[in-house]
Design a protein around this ligand. Structure first.
Ligand SMILES: Nc1ncnc2c1ncn2[C@@H]1O[C@H](COP(=O)(O)OP(=O)(O)O)[C@@H](O)[C@H]1O
Ligand SMILES: [Mg+2]
Length: 253
């Protein structure tokens, strides 16, 4: 089954067309990577999947997007529920200037009527989420210290951890390692690999080697068009479009 499916998706920023007839299919439980040169529309496409593009003035879309078998432009859809099911991680780790503990449960508090969360529920959620992102051992003795004191890799893991108490099904990642060093990048890639099957992941990366390491399916974009979508090894080993071949051979971009 496809966790995300777009049909003839077009997007304009005022008069500039940033997406052209995009048909993307993201298989449930898999890691799908979006690659392509800077400015080709990767982040734009990612932001369509949880409708945060709508915050951008002048952005207008046509075509359909189904997420978890629901048309996300249906007027009855709850944006809050959509964004709970579809979590997002950005290029710069962006923890809130509060404690590690409070960062992890921030979303849970936001989504639960006040007074209904018991200390034990919160403690359990914090330990579970931090364990899942392999951060628990590092931070368990300083949960109430500021999140911004953590190293960048730890901050990025925390940004992933704070999605988990909401039990997302899909995680969107926009160049999640761009601000990290080699060790940090390896740490995040490791995580992405371990949660295959648990979460559906759509990751934007300008790093082709990274796309190859972490994804099962890969999509190549150029000038707002989705040029090619297929199994990662086939796309890199035997691309069917000459533009894909030129890009992965480093002939442009
Ligand atoms: N908020 C915006 N307003 C106007 N144009 C934008 C906006 N965001 C992105 N664009 C333009 O849309 C195109 C695609 O951008 P983006 O999706 O960020 O590409 P990528 O993530 O592949 O680098 C670029 O030409 C960019 O300049
Ligand atoms: Mg981008």
């Amino acid at each position: 089954m496809n966790a995300i499916e777009t049909r003839s998706l077009n997007l304009w920023y005022e008069n500039f067309q940033a997406l052209r007839d995009v048909n993307l299919a993201v298989k449930q439980g898999e890691v799908t990577a979006l690659i392509g040169p800077s400015g080709c529309g990767k982040s734009t496409l990612l932001r369509c999947c949880n409708r945060i593009n709508e915050r951008i003035r002048g952005a207008r879309t046509e075509g359909s997007i189904r997420v978890l078998d629901t048309n996300i432009h249906d007027p009855n859809i709850s944006l809050l529920e959509l964004r709970k099911a579809v979590g997002m991680v950005f290029q710069r780790p962006n923890p809130l200037p509060i404690s590690i503990y409070e960062n992890v449960i921030f979303g849970l508090r936001l989504h639960t009527p006040s007074g209904q969360l018991k200390r034990l529920t919160l403690d359990t959620a914090v330990e579970k989420a931090l364990t899942e992102v392999q951060l628990w051992r590092d931070v368990k003795d300083r949960l109430h210290q500021p999140a911004l004191a953590l190293q960048l890799e730890q901050q990025q893991k925390l940004c992933i951890a704070r999605l988990l108490p909401l039990q997302p099904e899909i995680i969107l990642m926009d160049e999640p390692c761009a601000a990290l060093d080699i060790a940090g990048t390896e740490g995040i890639e490791q995580l992405i690999k371990t949660w295959a099957g648990t979460y559906t992941t759509l990751i934007v990366t300008h790093n082709m080697a990274q796309a190859r390491r972490v994804s099962q399916t890969c999509a190549f974009m150029l000038n707002g068009e989705l040029v090619e979508l297929g199994p990662t090894e086939a796309l890199f080993g035997n691309p069917s479009d000459s533009r894909t071949a030129d890009y992965i051979a480093g002939r442009f971009g």
